[in-house]
Design a protein around this ligand. Structure first.
Ligand code: URA
Length: 480
Protein backbone atom coordinates (compact mmCIF):
# COMPACT_ATOMS: atom_id res chain seq x y z
CA UNK A 1 0.00 0.00 0.00
CA UNK A 2 1.25 3.47 -0.88
CA UNK A 3 0.33 6.10 1.64
CA UNK A 4 0.34 9.58 0.03
CA UNK A 5 -0.02 12.57 2.36
CA UNK A 6 -0.97 15.89 0.76
CA UNK A 7 -0.12 19.15 2.53
CA UNK A 8 -3.64 20.60 2.35
CA UNK A 9 -7.17 19.97 1.05
CA UNK A 10 -6.34 21.99 -2.06
CA UNK A 11 -2.80 20.69 -2.70
CA UNK A 12 -3.19 19.94 -6.39
CA UNK A 13 0.54 20.15 -7.14
CA UNK A 14 1.47 17.36 -4.67
CA UNK A 15 -1.43 15.21 -5.93
CA UNK A 16 -0.31 15.73 -9.52
CA UNK A 17 3.34 14.86 -8.79
CA UNK A 18 2.44 11.79 -6.76
CA UNK A 19 -0.20 10.62 -9.24
CA UNK A 20 2.27 10.88 -12.10
CA UNK A 21 4.95 8.91 -10.26
CA UNK A 22 2.43 6.27 -9.14
CA UNK A 23 1.05 5.80 -12.64
CA UNK A 24 4.53 5.54 -14.18
CA UNK A 25 5.42 2.92 -11.58
CA UNK A 26 2.26 0.99 -12.47
CA UNK A 27 0.81 1.34 -8.95
CA UNK A 28 -2.87 0.40 -9.23
CA UNK A 29 -5.49 2.74 -7.71
CA UNK A 30 -6.42 0.03 -5.19
CA UNK A 31 -2.88 0.18 -3.77
CA UNK A 32 -2.93 3.90 -2.95
CA UNK A 33 -4.27 5.70 0.10
CA UNK A 34 -4.52 9.49 -0.10
CA UNK A 35 -4.74 11.67 2.99
CA UNK A 36 -4.36 15.29 3.93
CA UNK A 37 -1.75 16.24 6.55
CA UNK A 38 -3.40 16.56 9.92
CA UNK A 39 -6.46 14.54 8.86
CA UNK A 40 -4.91 11.07 8.70
CA UNK A 41 -7.30 8.54 10.24
CA UNK A 42 -5.35 6.36 12.68
CA UNK A 43 -6.50 3.30 10.84
CA UNK A 44 -4.46 4.35 7.82
CA UNK A 45 -1.34 5.51 9.58
CA UNK A 46 1.42 3.53 7.96
CA UNK A 47 3.11 1.16 10.31
CA UNK A 48 5.92 0.73 7.83
CA UNK A 49 7.14 3.39 5.43
CA UNK A 50 5.55 3.24 1.98
CA UNK A 51 7.82 1.68 -0.67
CA UNK A 52 9.78 4.43 -2.36
CA UNK A 53 8.69 5.17 -5.89
CA UNK A 54 11.42 5.07 -8.46
CA UNK A 55 12.00 8.20 -10.45
CA UNK A 56 10.32 7.16 -13.65
CA UNK A 57 12.35 7.10 -16.84
CA UNK A 58 9.27 6.79 -18.98
CA UNK A 59 6.77 9.59 -19.32
CA UNK A 60 3.17 10.04 -20.41
CA UNK A 61 1.03 13.02 -21.24
CA UNK A 62 -2.47 13.87 -20.16
CA UNK A 63 -4.61 16.42 -21.90
CA UNK A 64 -4.95 20.00 -20.69
CA UNK A 65 -8.67 19.22 -20.41
CA UNK A 66 -7.97 16.59 -17.73
CA UNK A 67 -5.60 18.88 -15.82
CA UNK A 68 -8.17 21.65 -15.79
CA UNK A 69 -10.96 19.31 -14.72
CA UNK A 70 -8.85 17.71 -11.97
CA UNK A 71 -7.68 21.10 -10.69
CA UNK A 72 -11.30 22.12 -10.16
CA UNK A 73 -12.71 18.78 -8.97
CA UNK A 74 -9.98 18.43 -6.35
CA UNK A 75 -11.58 21.37 -4.51
CA UNK A 76 -14.73 19.30 -3.89
CA UNK A 77 -15.39 18.29 -0.28
CA UNK A 78 -15.81 14.61 -1.20
CA UNK A 79 -13.06 12.89 0.84
CA UNK A 80 -12.51 10.23 -1.86
CA UNK A 81 -11.83 12.76 -4.63
CA UNK A 82 -8.05 12.18 -4.71
CA UNK A 83 -8.61 8.46 -5.26
CA UNK A 84 -11.34 9.00 -7.88
CA UNK A 85 -9.09 11.38 -9.78
CA UNK A 86 -6.19 8.94 -9.66
CA UNK A 87 -8.44 6.15 -10.92
CA UNK A 88 -9.49 8.33 -13.83
CA UNK A 89 -5.89 9.25 -14.59
CA UNK A 90 -4.92 5.57 -14.44
CA UNK A 91 -7.62 4.66 -16.93
CA UNK A 92 -6.71 7.56 -19.23
CA UNK A 93 -3.31 5.97 -19.81
CA UNK A 94 -4.86 3.29 -21.95
CA UNK A 95 -7.98 5.11 -23.10
CA UNK A 96 -7.05 8.60 -24.28
CA UNK A 97 -10.61 9.49 -25.29
CA UNK A 98 -12.17 8.45 -22.00
CA UNK A 99 -13.07 12.03 -21.03
CA UNK A 100 -15.41 12.15 -24.02
CA UNK A 101 -17.46 9.26 -22.60
CA UNK A 102 -19.82 11.34 -20.49
CA UNK A 103 -21.71 8.29 -19.17
CA UNK A 104 -18.58 6.65 -17.77
CA UNK A 105 -19.09 6.61 -13.96
CA UNK A 106 -15.63 8.09 -13.16
CA UNK A 107 -15.90 10.75 -15.85
CA UNK A 108 -19.40 11.78 -14.84
CA UNK A 109 -18.51 11.85 -11.14
CA UNK A 110 -15.46 14.05 -11.71
CA UNK A 111 -17.43 16.33 -14.05
CA UNK A 112 -20.21 16.66 -11.44
CA UNK A 113 -17.66 17.50 -8.73
CA UNK A 114 -16.06 20.18 -10.93
CA UNK A 115 -19.49 21.61 -11.71
CA UNK A 116 -20.41 21.79 -8.02
CA UNK A 117 -17.13 23.57 -7.26
CA UNK A 118 -17.72 26.14 -9.99
CA UNK A 119 -21.25 26.74 -8.76
CA UNK A 120 -19.99 27.21 -5.21
CA UNK A 121 -17.37 29.69 -6.44
CA UNK A 122 -20.07 31.61 -8.27
CA UNK A 123 -22.24 31.65 -5.11
CA UNK A 124 -19.33 32.93 -3.08
CA UNK A 125 -18.78 35.78 -5.56
CA UNK A 126 -22.46 36.64 -5.30
CA UNK A 127 -23.16 36.22 -1.60
CA UNK A 128 -20.14 37.50 0.27
CA UNK A 129 -21.26 40.58 2.22
CA UNK A 130 -18.59 42.77 3.76
CA UNK A 131 -19.16 44.69 6.96
CA UNK A 132 -17.02 47.63 7.92
CA UNK A 133 -14.97 47.72 11.12
CA UNK A 134 -13.06 50.87 12.06
CA UNK A 135 -13.69 53.93 9.97
CA UNK A 136 -12.26 56.22 7.32
CA UNK A 137 -8.62 55.31 6.55
CA UNK A 138 -8.56 52.68 9.26
CA UNK A 139 -11.54 50.83 7.94
CA UNK A 140 -11.32 47.14 7.20
CA UNK A 141 -14.08 45.13 5.60
CA UNK A 142 -14.84 41.70 6.97
CA UNK A 143 -17.17 39.07 5.58
CA UNK A 144 -18.27 35.69 6.89
CA UNK A 145 -18.92 32.93 4.39
CA UNK A 146 -19.50 29.18 4.67
CA UNK A 147 -18.40 27.58 1.40
CA UNK A 148 -19.66 24.16 0.50
CA UNK A 149 -16.32 23.17 -1.04
CA UNK A 150 -12.67 24.21 -0.73
CA UNK A 151 -13.03 27.26 -2.94
CA UNK A 152 -11.69 30.18 -0.90
CA UNK A 153 -8.26 30.26 -2.61
CA UNK A 154 -9.95 29.89 -5.99
CA UNK A 155 -12.46 32.70 -5.36
CA UNK A 156 -10.16 35.18 -3.57
CA UNK A 157 -8.53 36.78 -6.68
CA UNK A 158 -12.00 37.87 -7.85
CA UNK A 159 -12.46 39.91 -4.64
CA UNK A 160 -8.92 41.32 -4.90
CA UNK A 161 -9.74 42.63 -8.38
CA UNK A 162 -13.20 43.84 -7.51
CA UNK A 163 -12.35 45.50 -4.18
CA UNK A 164 -8.76 46.43 -4.93
CA UNK A 165 -8.82 49.67 -2.97
CA UNK A 166 -10.23 48.40 0.31
CA UNK A 167 -8.57 46.20 2.92
CA UNK A 168 -10.75 43.13 3.41
CA UNK A 169 -10.85 39.70 4.99
CA UNK A 170 -13.17 36.84 4.15
CA UNK A 171 -13.47 34.54 7.14
CA UNK A 172 -14.60 30.97 6.70
CA UNK A 173 -14.48 27.84 8.87
CA UNK A 174 -11.79 26.27 6.58
CA UNK A 175 -9.43 29.10 5.69
CA UNK A 176 -9.51 32.91 5.74
CA UNK A 177 -8.45 35.15 2.86
CA UNK A 178 -7.06 38.65 3.41
CA UNK A 179 -6.28 41.52 1.04
CA UNK A 180 -4.13 44.48 2.09
CA UNK A 181 -4.26 46.38 -1.18
CA UNK A 182 -1.20 44.55 -2.58
CA UNK A 183 -1.46 40.82 -2.04
CA UNK A 184 -3.86 38.10 -0.95
CA UNK A 185 -2.79 36.00 2.04
CA UNK A 186 -4.42 33.07 3.79
CA UNK A 187 -4.70 32.05 7.45
CA UNK A 188 -6.44 29.08 9.10
CA UNK A 189 -10.22 29.04 9.40
CA UNK A 190 -12.07 30.58 12.34
CA UNK A 191 -15.60 30.44 13.72
CA UNK A 192 -18.36 32.90 13.00
CA UNK A 193 -17.92 34.84 16.25
CA UNK A 194 -14.80 36.45 14.71
CA UNK A 195 -16.92 38.24 12.10
CA UNK A 196 -18.93 41.43 12.79
CA UNK A 197 -22.68 40.87 12.71
CA UNK A 198 -23.54 44.37 11.48
CA UNK A 199 -22.14 47.76 10.56
CA UNK A 200 -23.23 51.37 10.00
CA UNK A 201 -24.34 50.60 6.43
CA UNK A 202 -26.64 47.73 7.39
CA UNK A 203 -29.80 49.82 7.23
CA UNK A 204 -28.76 51.50 3.97
CA UNK A 205 -28.14 48.08 2.51
CA UNK A 206 -31.58 46.85 3.52
CA UNK A 207 -33.29 49.99 2.22
CA UNK A 208 -31.46 49.64 -1.07
CA UNK A 209 -32.54 46.01 -1.37
CA UNK A 210 -36.15 46.90 -0.60
CA UNK A 211 -36.05 49.68 -3.20
CA UNK A 212 -34.74 47.46 -6.01
CA UNK A 213 -37.21 44.66 -5.24
CA UNK A 214 -39.77 44.57 -8.03
CA UNK A 215 -42.95 42.83 -6.76
CA UNK A 216 -44.32 42.52 -10.29
CA UNK A 217 -41.34 40.36 -11.29
CA UNK A 218 -41.49 38.07 -8.26
CA UNK A 219 -40.72 34.43 -9.06
CA UNK A 220 -40.15 32.75 -5.71
CA UNK A 221 -38.89 29.43 -7.12
CA UNK A 222 -36.42 31.08 -9.50
CA UNK A 223 -35.25 33.40 -6.73
CA UNK A 224 -34.65 30.52 -4.32
CA UNK A 225 -32.80 28.58 -7.01
CA UNK A 226 -30.48 31.57 -7.48
CA UNK A 227 -30.25 32.39 -3.79
CA UNK A 228 -30.68 29.09 -1.91
CA UNK A 229 -31.94 29.40 1.64
CA UNK A 230 -28.69 28.13 3.16
CA UNK A 231 -27.05 31.47 2.21
CA UNK A 232 -29.75 33.59 3.80
CA UNK A 233 -28.37 33.45 7.32
CA UNK A 234 -25.34 35.51 6.30
CA UNK A 235 -27.12 38.02 4.06
CA UNK A 236 -28.17 41.30 5.71
CA UNK A 237 -31.03 41.70 3.25
CA UNK A 238 -32.42 38.19 3.89
CA UNK A 239 -34.62 39.34 6.76
CA UNK A 240 -36.57 41.39 4.19
CA UNK A 241 -37.25 38.54 1.81
CA UNK A 242 -40.26 37.05 3.59
CA UNK A 243 -42.07 40.37 4.24
CA UNK A 244 -41.34 41.53 0.67
CA UNK A 245 -42.75 38.30 -0.75
CA UNK A 246 -45.77 38.51 1.57
CA UNK A 247 -46.49 42.10 0.50
CA UNK A 248 -45.75 41.58 -3.21
CA UNK A 249 -49.41 41.16 -4.24
CA UNK A 250 -50.48 44.40 -2.60
CA UNK A 251 -47.40 46.28 -3.88
CA UNK A 252 -48.11 45.13 -7.46
CA UNK A 253 -51.72 46.31 -7.10
CA UNK A 254 -50.44 49.72 -5.95
CA UNK A 255 -48.05 49.87 -8.90
CA UNK A 256 -50.88 49.17 -11.32
CA UNK A 257 -53.14 51.72 -9.63
CA UNK A 258 -50.40 54.36 -9.79
CA UNK A 259 -49.19 53.57 -13.28
CA UNK A 260 -48.00 56.50 -15.36
CA UNK A 261 -50.79 57.96 -17.46
CA UNK A 262 -50.15 58.51 -21.15
CA UNK A 263 -50.14 62.20 -21.93
CA UNK A 264 -53.29 63.30 -23.77
CA UNK A 265 -52.56 63.37 -27.49
CA UNK A 266 -53.24 67.08 -27.82
CA UNK A 267 -50.70 67.81 -25.08
CA UNK A 268 -47.86 66.28 -27.06
CA UNK A 269 -45.76 69.11 -28.32
CA UNK A 270 -44.31 68.89 -31.83
CA UNK A 271 -40.52 68.98 -31.83
CA UNK A 272 -39.28 72.49 -31.19
CA UNK A 273 -37.64 74.22 -34.14
CA UNK A 274 -34.00 74.85 -33.27
CA UNK A 275 -33.76 78.57 -33.74
CA UNK A 276 -30.82 80.89 -33.19
CA UNK A 277 -28.55 78.20 -31.88
CA UNK A 278 -25.02 78.04 -33.09
CA UNK A 279 -24.01 74.53 -34.17
CA UNK A 280 -22.72 72.66 -31.14
CA UNK A 281 -24.88 74.66 -28.78
CA UNK A 282 -27.94 72.44 -28.66
CA UNK A 283 -28.28 69.88 -25.89
CA UNK A 284 -27.81 66.93 -28.24
CA UNK A 285 -24.42 68.29 -29.22
CA UNK A 286 -23.56 69.00 -25.59
CA UNK A 287 -24.60 65.46 -24.66
CA UNK A 288 -22.25 64.09 -27.33
CA UNK A 289 -19.41 66.27 -26.10
CA UNK A 290 -20.00 65.32 -22.45
CA UNK A 291 -19.59 61.63 -23.28
CA UNK A 292 -15.82 62.17 -23.20
CA UNK A 293 -15.78 64.37 -20.08
CA UNK A 294 -12.68 63.83 -17.93
CA UNK A 295 -12.99 67.00 -15.82
CA UNK A 296 -12.80 64.97 -12.61
CA UNK A 297 -12.00 61.34 -11.76
CA UNK A 298 -15.60 60.11 -11.55
CA UNK A 299 -15.74 58.97 -15.18
CA UNK A 300 -13.26 56.18 -14.39
CA UNK A 301 -15.64 53.96 -12.41
CA UNK A 302 -18.93 55.10 -13.92
CA UNK A 303 -20.47 53.25 -16.86
CA UNK A 304 -21.18 56.41 -18.82
CA UNK A 305 -21.92 60.13 -18.65
CA UNK A 306 -25.59 60.62 -17.76
CA UNK A 307 -26.54 63.88 -19.40
CA UNK A 308 -29.77 65.81 -19.01
CA UNK A 309 -32.77 65.16 -21.21
CA UNK A 310 -35.97 66.87 -22.16
CA UNK A 311 -37.22 69.40 -24.71
CA UNK A 312 -34.60 71.74 -26.13
CA UNK A 313 -36.74 74.73 -25.14
CA UNK A 314 -38.32 73.52 -21.92
CA UNK A 315 -39.49 76.39 -19.73
CA UNK A 316 -38.44 74.47 -16.60
CA UNK A 317 -35.19 72.69 -15.79
CA UNK A 318 -35.10 70.23 -12.87
CA UNK A 319 -31.65 69.66 -11.39
CA UNK A 320 -30.84 66.63 -9.21
CA UNK A 321 -27.62 65.56 -7.56
CA UNK A 322 -25.99 62.85 -9.67
CA UNK A 323 -27.08 59.66 -11.46
CA UNK A 324 -27.64 56.64 -9.24
CA UNK A 325 -26.97 52.98 -9.99
CA UNK A 326 -29.95 52.56 -12.34
CA UNK A 327 -29.29 55.85 -14.14
CA UNK A 328 -25.62 54.96 -14.62
CA UNK A 329 -26.63 51.73 -16.36
CA UNK A 330 -29.49 53.24 -18.37
CA UNK A 331 -27.65 56.46 -19.31
CA UNK A 332 -30.77 58.49 -18.40
CA UNK A 333 -31.45 60.74 -15.40
CA UNK A 334 -34.01 59.83 -12.75
CA UNK A 335 -35.10 56.38 -13.90
CA UNK A 336 -34.43 54.54 -10.59
CA UNK A 337 -36.24 54.67 -7.22
CA UNK A 338 -35.69 58.45 -6.79
CA UNK A 339 -36.97 58.91 -10.34
CA UNK A 340 -40.14 56.97 -9.54
CA UNK A 341 -40.71 59.16 -6.51
CA UNK A 342 -40.13 62.26 -8.64
CA UNK A 343 -42.52 61.03 -11.36
CA UNK A 344 -45.24 60.36 -8.81
CA UNK A 345 -44.90 63.81 -7.23
CA UNK A 346 -44.77 65.53 -10.64
CA UNK A 347 -47.98 63.76 -11.67
CA UNK A 348 -49.66 64.76 -8.46
CA UNK A 349 -48.56 68.37 -8.92
CA UNK A 350 -49.95 68.34 -12.46
CA UNK A 351 -46.60 68.46 -14.26
CA UNK A 352 -45.99 66.43 -17.39
CA UNK A 353 -42.38 65.20 -17.10
CA UNK A 354 -42.04 65.25 -20.86
CA UNK A 355 -42.33 69.01 -20.76
CA UNK A 356 -39.44 69.64 -18.40
CA UNK A 357 -35.71 69.28 -18.90
CA UNK A 358 -34.29 66.95 -16.23
CA UNK A 359 -30.60 66.92 -15.39
CA UNK A 360 -28.11 66.51 -12.57
CA UNK A 361 -25.43 68.73 -11.03
CA UNK A 362 -22.89 65.91 -11.46
CA UNK A 363 -23.07 63.76 -14.56
CA UNK A 364 -21.21 60.63 -13.42
CA UNK A 365 -22.26 58.11 -10.77
CA UNK A 366 -20.09 58.26 -7.64
CA UNK A 367 -20.21 55.10 -5.55
CA UNK A 368 -18.35 52.62 -3.39
CA UNK A 369 -18.75 48.93 -4.17
CA UNK A 370 -20.26 46.73 -1.45
CA UNK A 371 -20.55 43.15 -2.63
CA UNK A 372 -22.65 43.25 -5.77
CA UNK A 373 -24.09 46.62 -4.85
CA UNK A 374 -22.70 50.04 -5.68
CA UNK A 375 -23.47 52.36 -2.81
CA UNK A 376 -24.12 55.96 -3.73
CA UNK A 377 -21.60 58.52 -2.42
CA UNK A 378 -22.32 62.23 -2.20
CA UNK A 379 -20.21 64.23 -4.67
CA UNK A 380 -17.78 66.68 -3.06
CA UNK A 381 -17.27 70.36 -3.87
CA UNK A 382 -14.42 69.70 -6.33
CA UNK A 383 -16.55 67.24 -8.28
CA UNK A 384 -19.55 69.59 -8.27
CA UNK A 385 -17.36 72.46 -9.51
CA UNK A 386 -15.71 70.32 -12.19
CA UNK A 387 -19.13 69.35 -13.55
CA UNK A 388 -20.75 72.78 -13.26
CA UNK A 389 -19.65 73.74 -16.79
CA UNK A 390 -22.15 71.21 -18.15
CA UNK A 391 -25.05 72.52 -16.07
CA UNK A 392 -24.17 76.08 -17.17
CA UNK A 393 -24.00 75.09 -20.82
CA UNK A 394 -27.26 73.15 -20.56
CA UNK A 395 -28.93 76.17 -19.03
CA UNK A 396 -27.48 78.51 -21.66
CA UNK A 397 -28.75 76.16 -24.35
CA UNK A 398 -32.25 75.38 -23.00
CA UNK A 399 -32.83 78.86 -21.54
CA UNK A 400 -35.45 77.78 -19.00
CA UNK A 401 -37.46 80.41 -17.19
CA UNK A 402 -37.35 78.39 -13.99
CA UNK A 403 -34.57 76.19 -12.60
CA UNK A 404 -35.50 73.83 -9.76
CA UNK A 405 -32.65 72.70 -7.51
CA UNK A 406 -33.57 69.43 -5.83
CA UNK A 407 -31.34 68.96 -2.81
CA UNK A 408 -28.14 70.53 -1.51
CA UNK A 409 -25.81 69.40 -4.32
CA UNK A 410 -28.12 70.82 -6.99
CA UNK A 411 -28.50 74.05 -5.00
CA UNK A 412 -24.70 74.37 -4.76
CA UNK A 413 -24.45 74.05 -8.52
CA UNK A 414 -27.37 76.34 -9.36
CA UNK A 415 -26.27 79.16 -7.01
CA UNK A 416 -22.53 78.55 -7.38
CA UNK A 417 -22.10 78.29 -3.61
CA UNK A 418 -23.26 76.16 -0.68
CA UNK A 419 -26.93 77.02 -0.21
CA UNK A 420 -28.90 75.61 2.75
CA UNK A 421 -32.19 74.13 1.56
CA UNK A 422 -34.42 75.13 4.42
CA UNK A 423 -33.63 78.85 4.21
CA UNK A 424 -34.35 79.10 0.51
CA UNK A 425 -37.01 76.45 0.04
CA UNK A 426 -40.32 76.97 -1.73
CA UNK A 427 -39.93 80.58 -2.97
CA UNK A 428 -38.79 81.99 -6.28
CA UNK A 429 -35.29 83.43 -6.19
CA UNK A 430 -33.90 85.48 -9.04
CA UNK A 431 -30.54 84.43 -10.48
CA UNK A 432 -28.08 87.00 -11.88
CA UNK A 433 -29.44 86.76 -15.42
CA UNK A 434 -33.06 87.07 -14.32
CA UNK A 435 -33.86 83.35 -14.50
CA UNK A 436 -35.95 82.23 -11.56
CA UNK A 437 -34.75 79.47 -9.25
CA UNK A 438 -36.67 77.31 -6.82
CA UNK A 439 -35.06 75.19 -4.11
CA UNK A 440 -36.68 72.02 -2.83
CA UNK A 441 -35.64 68.68 -1.37
CA UNK A 442 -34.24 65.80 -3.35
CA UNK A 443 -36.77 62.97 -3.94
CA UNK A 444 -34.41 60.42 -2.40
CA UNK A 445 -34.63 62.36 0.87
CA UNK A 446 -38.27 61.25 0.94
CA UNK A 447 -37.26 57.64 0.31
CA UNK A 448 -34.88 57.74 3.24
CA UNK A 449 -37.32 59.06 5.86
CA UNK A 450 -37.95 56.17 8.25
CA UNK A 451 -41.12 57.53 9.84
CA UNK A 452 -44.28 57.12 7.72
CA UNK A 453 -45.98 60.24 9.08
CA UNK A 454 -42.92 62.41 8.35
CA UNK A 455 -42.66 60.83 4.92
CA UNK A 456 -46.28 61.71 4.07
CA UNK A 457 -45.85 65.28 5.38
CA UNK A 458 -42.59 65.88 3.48
CA UNK A 459 -44.04 64.38 0.33
CA UNK A 460 -46.95 66.85 0.47
CA UNK A 461 -44.47 69.73 0.83
CA UNK A 462 -42.50 68.44 -2.14
CA UNK A 463 -45.69 68.24 -4.26
CA UNK A 464 -46.54 71.81 -3.17
CA UNK A 465 -43.13 72.96 -4.42
CA UNK A 466 -43.71 71.20 -7.72
CA UNK A 467 -47.05 72.96 -8.09
CA UNK A 468 -44.98 76.13 -8.58
CA UNK A 469 -43.42 74.32 -11.53
CA UNK A 470 -46.88 73.47 -12.90
CA UNK A 471 -47.89 77.12 -12.66
CA UNK A 472 -44.71 78.18 -14.47
CA UNK A 473 -45.37 75.75 -17.31
CA UNK A 474 -48.94 77.03 -17.69
CA UNK A 475 -47.71 80.61 -17.71
CA UNK A 476 -45.08 79.83 -20.37
CA UNK A 477 -47.73 78.04 -22.48
CA UNK A 478 -50.06 81.02 -22.30
CA UNK A 479 -47.27 83.40 -23.31
CA UNK A 480 -46.21 81.24 -26.27
N1 URA B 1 -30.66 60.95 -7.99
C1 URA B 1 -30.32 62.05 -8.71
O1 URA B 1 -30.00 63.10 -8.16
N2 URA B 1 -30.35 61.97 -10.03
C2 URA B 1 -30.70 60.89 -10.67
O2 URA B 1 -30.68 60.90 -11.89
C3 URA B 1 -31.07 59.77 -9.91
C4 URA B 1 -31.04 59.81 -8.56
Amino acid sequence: MHFIPLTSETDFESWRKAARALALNDVTPADVTWTVAGNEPELFEPSTPAPLLETPRRTFNVSAKFVELAQTAILHRNSTRFAILYRLLWRLRSNHDLLDVAIDPDVSQVAAMAKAVRRDEHKMHAFVRFREVGCERESHFIAWFEPEHHIVELAAPFFARRFADMAWSILTPDICAHWNGHAVSFTPGVNKSHAPSQDRLEETWRRYYASIFNPARLKVKAMQAEMPKKYWRNLPEASLIKPLIAGAGRATGDMIANAATEPHKSQKRPPMPRKHLAPGDDVDALREEAKGCRACHLWKDATQTVFGEGPQHASVMLVGEQPGDKEDLAGKPFVGPAGQMLDRALREAGVNREKVYVTNAVKHFKFVPRGKIRLHQKPNTLEIKACRQWYERERASVKPELVVAMGATAAQSVFGKITPINKSRGRLIELEDGTKALVTVHPSYLLRLPDEAAKAREYERFVDDLKIVAAQIKKAARAA
